[in-house]
Design a protein around this ligand. Structure first.
Ligand code: MLC
Ligand code: AMP
Length: 505
């Protein structure tokens, strides 16, 4: 029996027929029947371009309904979808293409020259373009292709997608997600959050990460619901869209911006049934302020690229501010003391580990990294610090890993520090996250210069331009004489965070 996730989706898509799947404000709408037909055409085009089952299809395109149909077409032919952040620079893309060795790289029309050069350098055999107006060479190829209606049989453990996540030590790691990982999580979430055919999701997240791609789109497909696709978060548009939507999924920045908007009222949100937050901590203040202004308690959940969604506040029952709720059905958690390696008692803090059908099968071509984080008994070490409170709800209290989360995007300090340190005149640097009213954490660099050197903030930032995606670039750069270190020689980032804590306040 085949376990291709696309078969599950296709059954639902056939049933839903002419019902809306994705609509846009520009009126470029796809019914489920349209989406099935277009995914077959795109599948035909992929096959004609030489993409075979198991091959990777790397995609760096702006958000459009067609990008989701490309994801579906990739699943349909048994290939592996590999979405890339639109903010990544050429240097960053070169690494992903070299590491993943995709059979096809789909890029934005305006980036095709650079994409061709990168593909040639890394041995990627084909490049196609996809724009936001149903344009690009891939759309033309699909129009000319013989539709491929068949669905390639897949095992549960075959790869459906690879999503790169930055690493604490240098290189980004490709999290390998299987048909079972994605399918089980989508089914669990659709049920836990009471998704149905009548739902209309306001989709304002990017579609190259777990949240906007799998949580949002897979759950919609499972339920046969519909999505209003918005290019990005824009409070004006979201507030208008709430009159026609039922669910919003967002990172905490969505909610802090909405709470600050005087137009947010119970009337404006009256038709909405659910607001979900995740990818970064939602403060209890924002949770409470949102409830005061709308009567809706935001449902906060916790997930990761490697694991999909793990823990969620309840749909029915109390959604507790400052907590992420209880493990989803099928997910087991344990909280481990770093020193003893034993489980801690409730109320004590430790490192969160978890296991379930949602947990990935390892990092692409990195068996050692996989062994370090994915234990023999199937538990994955999240690197997040957690505790179980008196109500049995999980609180994420911090991170054991050196990670900054800016507006829901992960930034690994080491990667930024390495690029800063390349600049002549820099002795060393430390990158930290500081409380930021809009982004949750603001990426901040603290730099030590060679004695007598006179580098300024603008020069450091200029050096990063084009080398690192914009969201990884520090908002501020400070200079100090030396970095504080402990007796082991480790940089004391806590001290730096204290010293500069009011930077963005
Ligand atoms: C944009 N910029 C950011 C940024 N987003 N800088 C730092 N951090 C970010 N997150 C830059 C822009 O390039 C621009 O740069 C400047 O900041 C101002 O942009 P803006 O107009 O204020 O940004 P906006 O487009 O409104 O985006 C902010 C945002 C967006 C928070 C709405 O970043 C967003 O949608 N984030 C969602 C991330 C996400 O989907 N995470 C899920 C990961 S999955 P300049 O200077 O060039 O103008 C995961 C697992 C799980 O974590 O559990 O879900
Ligand atoms: P990513 O690697 O981009 O998938 O990000 C996963 C990380 O985001 C987790 O390890 C957490 O640190 C963080 N995260 C996700 N959801 C939440 C949440 N609700 N509260 C706190 N942190 C979260």
């Amino acid at each position: 029996m085949s376990h291709n996730l696309f078969e599950t989706f296709a059954r639902r898509m056939h049933e839903r027929g002419d019902a809306d799947f994705i609509t846009t404000r520009e009126g470029r709408d796809y019914s489920y029947a349209d989406a099935l037909a277009m995914s077959a055409r795109l599948a035909g085009a992929l096959i004609e371009l030489g993409v075979a089952p198991g091959d990777r299809v790397a995609v760096q395109v702006d958000k459009s309904p067609e990008a989701i149909l490309l994801y579906l077409a990739t699943l349909r032919i048994g290939a592996v979808y590999l979405p890339l952040n639109t903010g990544y620079t050429g240097d960053e893309i070169r690494y992903f293409l070299g590491d993943a060795e995709p059979a096809l790289f789909v890029c934005r029309p305006a980036a095709v020259e650079e994409a061709r050069a990168l593909a040639a350098e890394t041995g990627c055999p084909a490049v196609q373009t996809l724009g936001t107006a149903a344009d690009g060479s891939l759309v033309e190829a699909a129009a000319a292709a013989t539709p491929h209606e068949a669905v390639e049989p897949r095992d549960e453990d075959d790869l459906a997608a690879i999503l790169y996540t930055s690493g604490t030590t240098g290189r980004s790691k490709g999290a390998m997600l299987t048909h079972r990982n994605l399918g089980s999580n989508a089914a669990t979430l659709a049920e836990a959050w009471h998704f149905s055919e009548t739902d209309r999701l306001i989709h304002a997240l990017p579609i190259f990460h777990t949240h906007g791609l799998f949580v949002a789109c897979n759950v919609t497909l499972m339920a046969g619901a519909s999505m209003l696709f918005l290019a990005k978060f824009d409070a004006d548009v979201i507030i208008e869209a709430m009159a026609h939507g039922t669910v919003l999924m967002g990172v905490p920045t969505f909610y802090t911006r909405l709470v600050a908007d005087p137009r947010l009222t119970p009337e404006v949100t009256a038709r909405m049934r659910l607001f979900v937050s995740g990818s970064a901590p939602l403060t209890a203040e924002t949770h409470q302020a949102f409830e005061e202004k709308t009567g809706h308690a935001i449902l906060e959940r916790y997930g990761m690229t490697e694991t999909n969604m793990n823990i969620s506040n309840p749909y029915d029952g109390t959604r507790r501010a400052g907590t992420v709720g209880r493990p989803l059905p099928g997910v087991e958690i344990r909280i481990i003391d770093r020193e003893t390696g034993r489980e801690v008692a409730d109320g004590e803090i430790g490192i969160l580990q978890l296991r379930g059908p949602n947990v990935f099968i390892g990092y692409w071509r990195m068996p050692e990294k996989t062994r370090e984080e994915l234990l023999d008994d199937g538990f994955f070490i999240t690197g997040d610090l957690a505790m179980i409170d008196g109500h049995g709800y999980v609180q994420i209290v911090g991170r054991d890993k050196d990670l900054v989360i800016s507006g829901g995007f992960n930034v690994y300090p080491r990667e930024v520090e390495e690029v800063i340190d390349e600049h002549a005149g820099v002795v060393e640097s430390a990158v930290i996250g500081l409380p930021h009213p809009d982004l949750g954490e603001g990426v901040t660099a603290v730099v030590v210069l060679q004695p007598g050197d006179r580098l300024d903030e603008a020069e450091v930032l200029g050096h990063l331009e084009g080398r690192l995606a914009r969201y990884k670039q520090p908002r501020r750069v400070f200079f100090i004489d030396s970095l504080p270190r402990n007796t082991m020689g480790k940089v004391q980032k806590n001290q730096l965070r204290q010293q500069f804590e009011d930077t963005y306040r």
